[in-house]
Design a protein around this ligand. Sequence first.
Ligand code: DAH
Length: 353
Amino acid sequence: MKGQLEQLKKEFVELVDKVASREALEELKTQFLGRKGKLSGLMKEMASLADGERKLVGAVANEVKEAIEAAFGEAEQKVSKASWSATAAKEWIDVTEPTFHARPHGTLHPVTQVQQELEELFTSMGFMVLDGPELESDYYNFTALNIPPSHPARDMQDTFYIEGKTGAAGKAGSEETGWVMRTHTSSFQVRAMREHGVPLRAIVPGRCFRNEATDARHEHTFHQLEGVVVGEGISFAHMKGVFQAVADHLYGKGTKIRLSPKFYPFVEPGVRGELECFLCKGKGCRVCKQSGWLEAMPGGMIHPNVLRQAGIDPEKYSGFAFGFGLTRLVMLKYGIDDIRHLESGDLRFLNQF
Ligand code: DAH
């Protein structure tokens, strides 16, 4: 009897080792441990044994049962691991694979598009692209640019003065002044010259703010693109060359430009830079208000006082600056007739670009 039990254990261990599927394992379990299985068959026979022997054989039977159960448990784990890795080998996902669901794509804001186009042009001509603060000191926005305290641009109606930091606008020449939201990107001219020295070739695109009563042509927030070039022997002709390159780039090669005198405190001489109207080619139309020209490129030779504020010797160096109305260029390019669309965040407007 004892021998039969040992034999049963051996048989089970050998068989269970070869089992590869969960189903086969279950079957084996029924065969050996089930109510009508081999082990219970032997147990039944035990009833006919003498008392002393039954005790001994009973102990062996229990040992065999435990051993079979343990072997079964191990086999069960092995089979379930194998079935997982078989599934994993068949089914897999590539987390880097792009999906083909049609997701709505955003587009770049039209101002960003034109800005990037100009940044590309200017960097190709060796300009740096700089970024300046929108909250600016009264000094850099006005004083350093030769804009005297009495200048109308400082008027409370035009400039957003920052509460608590206001005042001292009148302390001409002093750098300890109040704070404003920059009214133009020209505010970065002296900062750029101080930070980078001479020679300098830089553009500064960015947002500007004015305390305007808004309408189709006036907005409190708009974009400009400033340019500063300083070096030895920089002349008016260099500025004209740059303006021509911009005109060619924006509206096609050979687009005419026209420079006429205009006053800005920080340049001397200052110019009203105009581009031939891209729509009517100078004949006169709705876009250029029948003049044939579009005023979009103000600039001039940097005033000696401004160079001095930056610590640059005007006897030795000269330079030019310009401040394109980026918002205006965008409106002209796309025929946008209301400036307020640009800052509206209205998707019906933005989705067109
Ligand atoms: N800052 C001027 C404005 O906002 C534009 C301008 C004019 C900038 C002449 C310049 C310049 O750099 O030379 O109206």
